[in-house]
Design a protein around this ligand. Structure first.
Ligand SMILES: [Zn+2]
Length: 307
């Protein structure tokens, strides 16, 4: 077996699956493996990660650095994970436990930060100085990468823009849908997939999924087209707020709604009305790595391999 040096291992720890990817020192993918996440069982989850790392390193004949991407973030107060939708992980000292189990330092980051890092490293935003990566899916997440490094911030929430209120609200958008975070009218309640579906139902009385609304609009359904037009204007406002604060070179979209082609033309046309500048040169692009961005970005949490 060929001896490897300088592996980077990335692990995407999600609610339904745990995926590992291994890159060699030249950035080439060498191995990928995916296992279902044990249901609501923290210790079993750690065991799966240990098994994935051991199998990978046995196969490739070398050890590597380990980065983990997962929903939520580490609490600066306790060191434990918080805000994960895999609730058995919340409050757990997952970094310390994995470091003890794997015998090496482990880095962990929010999955949206990993998405942004992946796209900024060798994806749709490669080479850009400041990248805002947005996941528009079941929820809304975002991460900021500056010169190849994901920002965390003293509160560990850099990029968490989905729970800001929708900016420049119209009267009919107030107070806005109730959000699970306890507030109403959060950006997430408008621009997530369920938010899109909810808006269509409130407007038409018809319950359709986000995918069905997109398909309906493509087939000429005027109600679905109106829903998407409202969606685009809201997304443009939400992103104009980001441009006014951060002025990123590139905004890259991920998640299921990133597959909607019309966004890339319509949203930049609309955001010019809201950005505080006479012209807007921000690039607005679809991700290059699709569902793999999370696991790839986890691997890039280590700039240099530790082997
Ligand atoms: Zn919220």
């Amino acid at each position: 077996m060929k001896a490897e040096t300088g592996l980077r291992l990335g692990i995407d720890l999600g609610g339904s699956k745990i995926e590992l990817i291994a890159f060699d020192a030249t950035g080439h993918e060498r191995l990928r493996q995916r296992i279902a996440t044990p249901r609501n069982d923290y210790l079993a989850t750690l065991e799966v990660i240990r098994g994935l790392v051991a199998h990978c390193e046995r196969e490739l004949g070398a050890s590597g650095s380990v980065g983990i991407g997962t929903p939520g973030s580490l609490s600066r107060a306790t060191g434990g994970l918080r805000n994960s939708n895999s609730v058995c992980l919340n409050g757990q000292m997952i970094v310390q436990d994995l470091e003890a189990m794997l015998g090496r330092p482990v880095r962990i980051a929010n999955d949206a930060n990993c998405f942004a890092l992946s796209e900024a490293t060798d994806g749709a935003a490669a080479g850009a100085e400041v990248v805002f990566g947005v996941i528009l899916g079941t929820g809304v997440g975002a991460g900021i990468v500056v010169r190849g490094h994901a920002l965390n911030g003293p509160n560990g929430i850099a990029g968490e823009w989905g729970h800001n209120p929708l900016p420049w609200p119209q009267p009919e958008e107030l107070p806005g849908p109730q959000c699970y975070c306890g507030k109403a009218g959060c950006i997430e309640t408008f621009v997530s997939g369920p938010g899109l579906a909810n808006d269509h139902r409130l407007s038409t009385g018809t319950a359709l999924t986000a995918d069905a609304i997109v398909a309906g609009a493509a087939n000429g359904d005027t109600a679905c087209q109106s829903t998407l037009a409202r969606y685009e204007d809201r997304l443009a406002r939400a992103l104009a707020h980001v441009i006014n604060v951060l002025d990123p070179d590139v905004i890259v979209l991920g998640g299921g709604l990133s597959n909607l082609d019309r966004l890339y033309e319509n949203v930049p046309r609309l955001w010019s009305r809201y950005v505080f500048s006479d012209r807007v040169d921000t690039r607005f692009v679809r991700n290059a790595h699709g569902d793999s961005s999370g696991v790839r970005g986890a691997a890039w949490l280590w700039d240099e391999p530790n082997t």
